[in-house]
Ligand binder design. Sequence first.
Ligand code: GCO
Length: 393
Amino acid sequence: MTKREVRFPREFSWGTSTSAYQIEGGGTNTDWWRFERTGDTPAVEPCANACDSWHRYEEDLDLLVKFGLNAFRLSVEWARIEPERDVISTEALDHYRQVLQACHARSILPVVTLHHFTLPLWVADAGGFESPEISTWLANYARVVGEALGEYIGVACTINEPNIVAIMGYLVGVFPPRASSWERFVAVNKTMRASHIAMRDALREGPGTFPIGLPLSMQEYEAVDGGEEQLESLRHEMEDEYLNAVKDDDYLGVQCYTKMLIGPNGLVTNPQDELTEMGYLFWPQCVEYTVRRAAQITGLPIIVTENGIGTNDDDQRIRYLAGALQGLSNVIRDGVDVRGYFQWSLLDNFEWILGYAPKFGIVAVDRSSFARTPKPSAQWYANATKGFPESVL
Ligand code: GCO
């Protein structure tokens, strides 16, 4: 295949990240919508109308303009675009085309994720990521999205945090389909890498010059009390296999939040440490650590496609972001090719099985009126992007 022309934006991308299911509302045709309402689900509450961004996306984009941000990471919902196998909704594609056009009308670069945790019911019922046809289905879906929206896509992300889908759904067992098997976890990770490559190659056949990459969940890891072997085994599956599989991509998306302490029996937490609402160690240094590691192993340009903190304490969020951007400026100063940073998230939104309790947004959302109220961290982030990286030195 002839090498496709790829164009990154000239300027550093400053944005926020979101996902369709977590902010749009009304994702009824997905496995998660059913999962939240089935039997002994671990989900504390249903997503329902989320932030009503299906209707209010222009309000969201206007907030980015208000903060002087130049990029927005969103996802498109497979279950809306292909509600049944080989049935394509032109209405859904028209909607997402309007969203991308609204981004461009505001000089906002749209960073489009094709799959972000949720599956159409027809895919879930056919085995989901354990179906032998999943890579073909995802490639076909990517081809449809590329043909319909490719000219408006700024950057493409294929599968959001495939390693999280694998570990939470097939090892820890709190995401669909709630399995707990190391073998299934390993097998799904392998399928995810094949699916990513199939989607990437399908997108490369279509219109557009947008970079294509995989947004990978990465963390800083530290072995404690003889946890070295456990750490290497977990990180090999969660990171190294992926980092070695993406070297022909155009960039790598790094998504990090914390440092994980790994003992001989798995994750260790120390109650005296400063924790976030997610029970994560307060560790913004993870950005510097993971970006360096990703760049060193892959040799690819890096985009931090997700980083942030779940907290009701907005001052803690500002401290976290300051630490994260400090680390990023260190990396850039050392010559690592970083193309953008996307804070998770623009809005307080649906945090999967934890519901609406964890507050990751720089903008609060009233659960009844859906009114958006910027927090002080929104203005802090807006200011910090000016004159970066010197601005946070
Ligand atoms: C993930 C997802 C987001 C989360 C965010 C905060 O990594 O789980 O990409 O959907 O909401 O990371 O946990």
